[in-house]
Ligand binder design. Structure first.
Ligand code: BGC
Length: 472
């Protein structure tokens, strides 16, 4: 029981780091100066949340309601054309040039590329080719996510993640991506947030397919790792060209792992034990799985999965870290899985009610470094109407990132979530995460820079980059 042993360590880690992380120290720092010149200072998006009209399972999900009658997405307003990025991707590139970014995490929408089982849309492949080519021309290194939130409707009809043919179908899709884009893409992210697929889609049922069954969720959680391994293998077999030149590897592969600082709600032994257990399920299982090939999903009183997948072992070239927050953990017998996470009032919080924990970011980076792999911060950002908070959040997290680099962690890139306000899943257009504001009712979908875009530019300048002064 690895999770029981680390309980005391967790309590110790919850303590305060001290003067290094005060607001004054952050304000004094010249941000960007601590980032290597090869660092990818970037933004992250997903196709579904920005492109519009994906033809995916979420387009059906958006129309539904939860058992209490509230719509699946805020106000029942569907994603529709979202940010219009399918047509306006050149504006997104111009926005990145304005920011001084040199990297971009984006996903390629499976439901557009394979709209019917076994039928590939060559025009959609050509579309992404044009976009990826333009990114490279602008000096922006793409990091391409294979699966981010959505599935094609035909996959959902087969049973989605629970379909026995799922792993093979996703791997076949990944092989197509490797064949089509190997000369344009080196950096790949197989799957976005396996632990969110498990908890949000299959335990609490907030995401499609809206299942609330922990035992089924556990099977899916294990399958996300099989799927990652199969996708990584398919990409390595098909993408044999180093887009950046022969001195670089043809592929650099990981997944986006959503790590959440778990803090015990009290020092009671039960809360300590639950926190340690929660930490293992949420955070460590994925890292250990990719290092050893062992898939261990353990839910006391529910079921246990233990198996070995040889293709999983050593399948990370980097650890992709989505870092947003801290959560507090306490035992709650009324909660399906006995452990409950919550956010106390009074913490520094985003609009989603997520506790902001800057030192926790530093600690999490140090924790990733123990695996001896480079790290890409594949997502980090704040959902908020208050752009001052976003500016502070961005500054503080870049500060922590630079501290971690100074202390020896090999962080190669940072991908801010997100470029422009987008369709924030259940929160629809209601939650604002963009460095650029975007009004979905504006016919032109203009990208308007916020103050936080200026903060990003300042970081780029600190790195020695020259952001363009032309607005998108
Ligand atoms: C997801 C994004 C989402 C973001 C902000 C992440 O967990 O990967 O798709 O929009 O959080 O809510």
């Amino acid at each position: 029981m690895t999770w029981a042993v680390s309980a005391l360590g967790l309590l110790a880690a919850a303590g305060c780091r001290g003067p290094e992380f005060t607001q004054a120290a952050i304000d004094r720092a010249m941000l960007g100066a601590g980032l290597p010149s090869t660092f990818w200072l970037s933004v992250a998006t997903s196709a579904y949340q920005t492109e519009g009209n994906t033809n995916s399972d979420w387009e059906d999900w958006e129309l539904g309601k939860f058992p209490d009658g509230t719509p699946h997405v805020y106000g029942g307003i569907p994603s529709g054309r979202a940010d219009g990025s399918w047509d306006l991707w050149a504006k997104d590139i111009a926005a990145m040039e304005y920011l001084g970014a040199n990297g971009y995490r984006m996903s390629l929408e499976w439901s557009k590329l394979e709209p019917q089982e076994g039928q590939w849309d060559e025009a959609a492949f050509a579309h992404y080719r044009e976009q990826l080519t333009a990114l490279r021309k602008a000096g922006i290194e793409p990091l391409v996510t294979v699966q981010h939130i959505t599935l094609p409707k035909w996959v959902a009809a087969h049973g989605g993640w629970e379909w026995d043919g799922f792993v093979d179908a996703l791997a076949r899709h990944a092989a197509k991506l490797g064949e089509h884009y190997g000369d344009l893409v080196d950096n790949w992210c197989t799957i976005n947030e396996p632990n969110a697929i498990f908890t949000v889609a299959y335990v609490i049922g907030r995401w499609a397919p809206g299942v609330t069954d922990t035992a089924r969720g556990m099977q899916v959680y294990a399958r996300t790792l099989d799927a990652h391994a199969a996708v990584a293998k398919a990409l390595r077999a098909t993408d044999t060209v180093a887009a950046r030149g022969p001195e670089h590897p043809a592929t650099f592969i990981g997944l986006a792992h959503n790590m959440v600082v778990q803090q015990p709600a009290s020092s009671s032994p039960l809360d300590l034990l639950s926190t340690s257990y929660g930490d293992d399920v949420v955070n460590e299982m994925i890292l250990r799985g990719a290092a050893t090939g062992n898939i261990d999903v353990l839910m006391p009183g529910q079921a246990e999965i233990h198996r070995f997948n040889p293709d999983l072992k050593g399948s990370f070239d980097y650890i992709g870290l989505n870092y947003y927050r801290r959560t507090y953990v306490r035992v709650d017998a009324n909660w399906g899985i006995a452990v409950r996470s919550f956010t106390p009032a009074g913490d520094w919080q985003t609009g989603l009610g997520w506790s902001i924990d800057v030192e926790g970011f530093y600690d999490t980076l140090k924790r990733c470094a123990k695996y001896g792999l480079p790290v890409l911060v594949t997502e980090n950002g704040a959902a908020t109407d208050d752009d001052n908070l976003r500016q502070q959040y961005l500054r503080a997290h870049i500060y922590a990132l630079e501290r971690a680099i100074a202390d020896g962690v090999d962080v190669r890139g940072y991908y801010h979530w997100t470029l422009a306000d987008n369709f924030e899943l259940n929160d629809g257009f209601h939650q604002k995460c963009g460095l650029f504001s975007l009004d979905p009712n504006d016919p032109a979908l203009t990208r308007v820079p916020r103050g936080s875009a200026e903060t990003f530019r300042e970081i780029a300048r600190g790195m020695g980059r020259t952001p363009r002064d032309v607005l998108p």
